[in-house]
Design a protein around this ligand. Structure first.
Ligand code: BGC
Length: 550
């Protein structure tokens, strides 16, 4: 059997650079700051670091609106700093992924400034332009909605007297990849970073990259997609067949450099995601966002894991994510209870596939309340502020994203060690940093940070946990989630049991030895004792695993 690629068994840590570590005292995190904190990531035991965008940008969407794909924004450092970061990470055995925002640029990108200037300049068809409808041509060309669904995806350009497509926010015009010159320009930027040694890319909004060239209307059919209510089925704007063709071409560019990984941000039902991830379809990994809207419930996790095990059987790797820079911190979804956050960590880091940990998740950082009227996040500032149900905070999915981007909490000092105490950080530091921080949790038995370290290093060293098959354990008490992990080559067998209920449970598991535990879970004389909100990971030592069921 050929050796599986490195990314089959990796673990990913997401750094939002603006909020990670500020090295020069301007209140904004930067690449040298990240470099200075690389050892935290190494000590955590993760194997890959994914860095959110740090390229030149007007920062209207904090880096997801790019004006130069081969530069570094001055507040983050220089290209030389990016190179140093890649090299330093490699020297420590870490892989590095950058964030590739292909779908759109900033409306300040020189390409767009040129494109909107006239209908006949060399960049005129680098973006998706169309005439409007109606007698005066001022009705959008079709019914396509922006991702937030509250507005049309079409924006009027007075200069060009035409509409341009902006699937996300109006200042992020979509590129036209049906123009080969656009693809060439972007692939040159991709090669620029591959030449510098980057190990792969997280692909922003990748499912939306190729739209229907005929601009057909999407059918109106309300549904819910990864927690978001949606009105239109995006059959002509998302996950079209051409997306796979594009992914293959991008994959071929990466293949020129060997074993580089493409991790897609794509949305849709498991079958669709599987299509994008299937052998030869171009995307090596695709995010599965269902955990972002988890119910703290054993049956919910069992069903979700079962669905993705069916859709992504080995050697495919499900890529689970429970927090990121766009959605609520997971601890806020469980009433701020660190015991429940610990159970979630055990599930995330021992389930089959590639887990992603968002900076600060490992210490139990919570959402930092920022009133909507002070929001910097363009979604919150432009749209959510006006929606009454959001103002009343009834839709947790529609939060002000500033709340999950507050500075990383390194210690109890002023500004949490993110920037000097006398500097104003770009977003407020969470007041709980006095006790929720890396320094306070380091070396403390039972802390969330030490649990993450144990789980990540245990997983790294255990073939069953990092590459074994998964089988859900049946016949357990209703509130207990259980799954076995088996590595056929080494014969190692492990299992995870998590009690998400309110009463203590005991599970029979003769011959099992604890590898990691939280919430007071224990293995003792053939029994696993699981108090409420407790979980344990065990390795089978002596007896056949079929005695593991209760
Ligand atoms: C990123 C967001 C960003 C958007 C537009 C996303 O899905 O995760 O942070 O605002 O794409 O680029």
């Amino acid at each position: 059997m050929p050796e599986a690629p490195w990314w089959h068994r990796t673990t990913v840590y997401q750094v939002y650079p603006r909020s990670f570590a500020d090295s020069d005292g301007d209140g904004i995190g930067d690449l040298p700051g990240l470099l200075g904190r690389l050892d935290h990531i190494v000590a955590l035991g993760v194997e890959t670091v994914w860095v959110s965008p740090f390229f030149p940008s007007p920062q209207e969407d904090f880096g997801y609106d790019i004006t130069d794909y081969t530069g570094v924004a001055p507040e983050y450092g220089t290209v030389a700093d990016a190179q140093t970061l890649i090299d330093a990470a490699h020297a420590r055995g870490l892989r590095v992924m950058f964030d590739l925002v292909l779908n759109h640029t900033s409306d300040q990108h020189p390409w767009f400034l040129r494109s909107k200037g006239s209908r006949s300049n060399p960049r005129s068809d680098w973006y998706i332009w169309a005439d409007g409808r109606g007698r005066n041509g001022r009705r959008p060309p079709n019914n396509w909605r922006s991702n937030l669904e509250v507005t049309s995806a079409w924006q009027w350009s007075a200069e060009r007297q035409q509409f341009y497509l902006a699937s996300f926010l109006p200042f992020q015009p979509d590129l036209n990849y049906r123009n080969p010159a656009v693809k060439d320009a972007m692939f040159a930027a991709v090669r620029f970073w591959l030449d510098r040694g980057v190990d792969g890319f997280r692909l922003d909004m990748f499912g939306q990259i190729m739209k229907d060239p005929g601009l057909r209307d999407n059918p109106f059919r309300p549904h819910v997609d990864t927690g978001f209510p949606r009105g239109w089925r995006r059959v002509y704007t998302e996950n079209t067949a051409d997306v796979i063709t594009f992914a293959r071409e991008l994959h071929a560019v990466c293949a020129e450099y060997g074993d580089r990984v493409l991790l897609g941000e794509v949305f849709g039902p498991p079958e669709t995601l599987r299509g994008l991830h299937a052998e030869g379809a171009g995307l090596d990994l695709v995010f599965l966002f269902d955990f972002l809207v988890f119910r703290y419930d054993a049956a919910w996790f069992a069903d979700t894991i079962r669905r993705f095990e069916e859709a992504f059987p080995p050697p495919m790797q499900p890529t689970y994510v429970i927090e990121n820079h766009d959605r609520s911190r997971c601890i806020d979804r469980v009433g701020g209870d660190p015991a429940k956050a610990a159970v979630l960590a055990v599930i995330l880091l021992t389930v089959r596939g590639v887990p992603t940990v968002y900076m600060g998740q490992e210490i139990g950082m919570s959402n930092t309340y920022v009133p909507l009227r002070q929001a910097l996040d363009p979604i919150a500032a432009r749209y959510f502020r006006r929606l009454p149900e959001v103002v009343n905070r009834r839709i947790p999915e529609r939060l002000n994203r500033d709340e999950v981007r507050s500075p990383m909490q390194w210690d109890a000092s002023g500004n949490a060690g993110f920037c000097p105490p006398d500097v104003r950080p770009w977003l407020p530091v969470n007041p709980d940093h006095t006790h929720v921080n890396v320094a306070a949790e380091t070396g403390v038995a039972g802390s969330l940070l030490e649990l993450y370290r144990t789980l990540l290093t245990t997983r790294r060293d255990s073939p069953a946990l990092n590459s074994g098959t998964l089988e859900l354990v049946s016949g357990l008490p209703a509130d207990v989630l259980g799954f076995r992990r088996t590595d056929a080559a080494s014969g190692e067998q492990c299992a995870t049991f998590a009690n998400l209920g309110r009463t203590a449970q005991t599970v029979r598991a003769v011959g099992s030895v604890a590898m990691a535990a939280c919430g007071g879970a224990m293995a003792e004389r053939g029994d696993l004792h699981l108090p409420p909100d407790a979980a344990i990971v065990v390795r089978r030592e002596r007896v056949a695993y079929d005695t593991m069921d209760s």
